[in-house]
Design a protein around this ligand. Structure first.
Ligand code: PLP
Length: 381
């Protein structure tokens, strides 16, 4: 019997489109082979366009490594870092800073809410910070950070601005120059829609000048200065790049640029809105406050009495995978990623599976309501 293809709607890894899968499956090139060098260069040039970046480093790893690379190269032991945290991934900068002897102040708020801008400004006005971090979308709470507004504050108080784009890049605008972002740290398995395995850091000349000013840093694989010559000329060697991943990422970058950045961001906004219309029609609510809803994922509160494990097991029966909660929200919510190379079709299947799973778990819903509402919202454009 033909096995149903599972639909992975967790907030990363996301479904991998056919051209990216095919690119991933090419016969592995030697990493200094001219054909591969050209692909690596093309990929880096495309990423610079997406982020308005002066420099981009793409190496084997994941999102956490990119966060670490940003800290290692721009903040030294004893200096202060201001972390704006909207959940588990914002918090992650704390222990990371500690590991390098960096003093971290963390601004937090209740799950699903945003740290108010005046609180951020008060901190920046009271103390000199070497850098400030913001998680563009915290995947644990679904909170969309105020990337542009924080950029204005970072400029005003002359601090380096690190934006964690892991759950946003390629799905939500991140124009570094327009927003005043100095460093974007990100990865490939979410809105880029590539299998996990790459770390990406985009930065400007100001961040590079900071790296130069630091002299020696507490890292080797993470030291930008070891990688920058390779990014200029990938025929050189520092450490073997994940060849197939880079070929796949280049395919993803080409798809993004072919779709067009504005079009792509608009599609994500439309997908987010349509999905949320669908869950509302099923009687479900996001945990995230309305002004902070992210286009890339939804974090949905369980109705009273609905068991996390039972619900997600029921979803799996319909071959649709969603994620459970992490951190403070474990057991209280489920998370659905709706980013990358997906469209209304995936939402329809997901919402149908949610409807079936809720019914299996004894929750009464109006049949077809979720799919119908999402479909109508989508067709508003
Ligand atoms: C916002 C955010 N930052 C950082 C990370 C860490 O990325 P990785 O798991 O690729 O190390 C994640 C992972 O989901 C994330 O969602």
């Amino acid at each position: 019997m033909l096995k149903q293809k599972p639909l992975v709607m967790i907030p990363g890894p996301t479904p991998v489109a056919e051209p990216i899968r095919e690119a991933m499956a090419v016969q592995t090139y030697g990493h200094t082979y001219g054909g591969f060098v050209a692909i690596y260069k093309e990929c880096l040039a495309g990423l610079k366009t997406i982020f308005q970046a002066d420099h981009v480093i793409v190496v084997g790893g994941a999102g956490t490594l990119s966060m670490e690379m940003a800290l290692v190269n721009t903040v030294k032991a004893g200096e202060s870092l201001l972390i704006i945290s909207h959940g588990l991934f914002g918090d992650r900068f704390g222990p990371m800073a500690k590991a390098y002897g960096i003093e971290a102040d963390v601004l937090t708020c209740p799950p699903g809410e945003r740290v108010p801008l005046p609180e951020i400004e008060a901190k920046l006005a009271a103390k000199k910070y070497a850098a400030i971090t913001l998680t563009h979308v915290d995947t644990s709470t679904g909170v969309l950070g105020q990337a542009k507004e924080v950029g204005e504050l970072a400029r005003k108080y002359n601090t380096l601005y690190i934006l964690d784009g892991v759950c946003a890049s390629a799905g939500i605008p991140e124009p570094m120059k327009d927003y005043g972002v100095d460093i974007i740290v990100t990865t490939c398995q979410k809105a880029f829609g590539t299998p996990p395995g790459l770390t990406m850091v985009a930065f400007n000349d100001k961040a590079l000048a900071r790296r130069e000013e630091l002299g020696a840093v507490s890292g080797y694989y993470t030291d930008w200065k070891n990688w920058l010559p390779i990014m200029e000329n990938p025929a050189l060697y520092f450490s073997t790049p994940p060849v197939n991943h880079i070929v796949a990422l280049n395919e993803s970058v080409k798809l993004i640029l072919q779709e067009g950045l504005e079009e792509r961001y608009k599609r994500h906004e439309r997908i987010g809105r349509s999905f949320r219309a669908g869950i509302a029609a099923l009687g479900l609510k996001p945990v995230t406050s309305p002004e902070a809803l992210a286009p890339t994922l939804s974090v949905i509160t369980y109705p009273e009495g609905l068991d996390d494990a039972a619900f997600r097991a029921a979803m799996e029966k319909y071959d649709v995978f969603v994620a459970g909660g992490v951190g403070a929200l474990k057991g209280k919510i489920f998370r659905v990623g709706h980013m990358g190379n997906i469209c209304i079709n995936e939402l329809v299947v997901t919402l149908y599976a949610i409807e079936r799973a809720l019914t299996d778990c004894g929750i009464t819903v109006t049949p077809g309501a979720g799919v119908g509402a999402a479909w109508s919202e989508w067709h508003k454009g």
